[in-house]
Design a binder for this molecule. Structure first.
Ligand code: GLV
Ligand code: GLV
Length: 320
């Protein structure tokens, strides 16, 4: 008998076919919205494999409703949407998609940094709104990128890929990471600092750590106060790492200069969010890894992980 797999969103045909050739597959393809939770809970009952996105909360309730489940393949590098402890207790293998999205996410991180520093979105709106009447000396002036100090919080794959980009702009690079990486410091010419010192010294602060409860609101009122008044905060990791209410206050009162956000505490972000009223915030709808090639690679890696585990082989990128 074929094993059963549930896919929580409509996938590109090539990926669907890859799975449907081997398994009895059911896919939530009615809308491009997340599968309603009650349907997910019902569907997982008979499933051997689950292919999911970061929009699904795979908590204890979902997992305990899936007695046959062997593998949860998340199409994302981050897996804070999954209760890993419960999955592990039940002997379920969880996989993610590291590596394939590193360069694409570093590209977007740098794009957001540049857009925020040079007020690209605001300037474009200014033109379209008919406000451009003349060239003037201090009109729409931003911050320089070349020669500035970039503080990277989290020196994982994406952090390292960001270093390469920043080097091309002659930035001075400092980093904070749970474990110090001396070999990398030598090789890449970067300097380690404790978080407090990094926040004080940086012109740009890029957050690139995975989310867990330990780093919830790692950047709050106190941390924002340590930053320079000209500082720019870029978050392309997870929204919960930054206290959004404190960030709003800091941006509003000029405690820091600007922020570029690809991620939010609640996604999709509420359009009434006060952050969206500020001109010095550049917002994106969680598109860090969104290039055509990379999203296909992520879907393919998630599918391969699922196939490996259900075939009794080792997963390619296992997290537990
Ligand atoms: C996207 O945020 C991911 O974790 O892959
Ligand atoms: C994610 O892939 C990271 O290690 O930064």
């Amino acid at each position: 008998m074929k094993k059963k797999v549930y896919i929580t969103r409509k996938l590109p045909q090539v990926i669907y076919k890859k799975l449907a050739d081997k398994f009895e597959v059911k896919m939530w393809d009615k809308t491009d919205q997340p599968v309603p939770r009650e349907i997910l809970i019902e569907e997982v009952k008979e499933m051997d494999g689950l292919f999911c996105l970061l929009t699904e909360t795979i908590d204890q309730v979902v997992i305990e409703n899936a007695p046959k489940l062997k593998v949860i393949a998340n199409m994302a590098v981050g897996y804070n949407n999954i209760n890993i402890q419960t999955a592990t207790e039940k002997g379920i293998i969880v996989t993610n998609t590291p590596g394939v999205l590193t360069e694409t996410t570093a590209d977007l991180t740098f794009a957001l940094l540049m857009a925020t520093a040079r007020r690209v979105v605001e300037a474009s709106d200014y033109l379209r709104n008919g406000e451009w009447k003349t060239w003037s000396p201090m009109q729409l002036t931003g911050q320089d990128i070349y020669g500035a100090t970039l503080g990277i919080i989290g020196m994982g794959r994406i952090g390292q890929a960001l270093v390469k980009r920043a080097k091309g702009f002659d930035m001075n690079i400092i980093y904070y990471n749970r474990s110090r990486k001396p070999a990398m410091e030598k090789e890449m010419g970067i300097q380690y600092m404790e978080l407090k010192e990094l926040l004080q010294a940086s012109d740009y602060i890029s957050i690139l750590i995975p989310y867990s409860s330990e780093v919830h609101h790692l950047i709050g009122e106190k941390e924002l106060k340590l930053m320079k008044k000209s500082a720019i905060l870029i978050n392309t990791a997870r929204g919960g790492i930054v206290d959004e209410a404190a960030l709003f206050d800091a941006l509003k009162t000029g405690e820091i200069w600007a922020a570029g956000l690809d991620v939010f505490e609640q996604e999709p972000v509420n359009l009434d969010s006060s952050l969206l009223t500020l001109p010095n915030v550049v917002t994106l709808p969680h598109i860090g890894s969104a290039s055509e090639k990379t999203r296909l690679k992520m879907a393919d890696l998630a599918a391969e992980n699922l196939i490996c585990v259900l075939n009794g082989e080792a997963a390619l990128t296992r997290v537990n």
